[in-house]
Design a binder for this molecule. Structure first.
Ligand SMILES: [Zn+2]
Length: 242
């Protein structure tokens, strides 16, 4: 085995077998921004064999304060292209598929079907609910993550457990909740949440226990507290009809 992965393999819960699983795995990351940057760096470096990146956006100067995949010279380039370039330079073993389009109802199922695990790194509620519903419908495990200002949250969905909709119900009205455009986001806070999402993906692929299923991890960076709230599958929810 490539010495590149020596420190992964030394981890008892991974070993040679777990590393093989990572190399054979396919993970779809929706959004190559503040959460997607750490997620993609850590999964690429860990040797996740195929990474899918979907992002329709181009790099803006205001992104660089937190979206560490992109550099000043990338301003104006497609985020998916900029991301692929950095990840391939980091680890030439892996394959990176990019989709320079929006994740919508019309392409969602086809994209998700192709991957073993999905990571929600997007920044809007419409897409978050869509990711949830598509993953629930296909029984696909995924990681939900969100970060804003000095706070963030993470939860992992696997079939038979509580989903994002069990907790949050339905999509908020436009403008009902603040966005990072209004109240900002500290890069290191997005980095913390993305790192946890990457760790959950690695745990899922290698078959480790202790996933954030039926638990919402809430991080408050202002007082440096992590809380895990127990959540239950809601009997009226889309996920319980699967
Ligand atoms: Zn649900």
């Amino acid at each position: 085995m490539d010495r590149r992965y020596e420190r992964n393999i030394l981890v008892e819960a991974i070993g040679d077998e777990g590393q093989q699983k990572l190399l054979q795995s396919k993970i779809l990351v929706i959004g190559a921004g503040g959460l997607g940057s750490p997620v993609l760096y850590y999964l690429a470096s860990a040797g996740v064999g195929t990474l899918g990146i979907i992002d329709h956006d181009v790099v803006d100067i205001t992104n660089l304060q937190r979206q560490v995949l992109h550099r000043t010279a990338d301003v104006g380039r497609h985020k998916a292209e900029s991301a692929r370039e950095k990840l391939e330079a980091l680890n030439p073993d892996i394959k990176v598929n990019i989709y320079k389009e929006k994740f919508t109802l019309s392409n969602a199922s086809e994209l998700v079907q192709d991957y073993d695990f999905v990571i929600d790194c997007c920044d809007n509620y419409e897409t978050k609910f869509l990711i949830n519903d598509v993953c629930v419908g296909l029984g696909k495990a995924y990681s939900h993550g969100a970060a804003l200002a000095m706070r963030g949250e993470v939860m992992t969905y696997t079939s038979g457990n509580a989903c994002y909709r069990c907790i949050f119900g339905s999509e908020p009205n436009d403008g009902a909740l603040p966005s990072s455009k209004q109240i900002g986001i500290v890069g290191a806070i997005a980095g913390t949440i993305g790192s946890i999402q990457a760790a959950e993906a690695i745990k899922y692929i290698t078959g480790m226990e202790g996933l954030l299923t039926n638990r919402l991890l809430v991080f408050d960076g202002k007082i440096m507290s992590f809380q895990t709230l127990s959540v239950r599958q809601n009997s009226g929810c889309v996920c319980s009809k699967q």
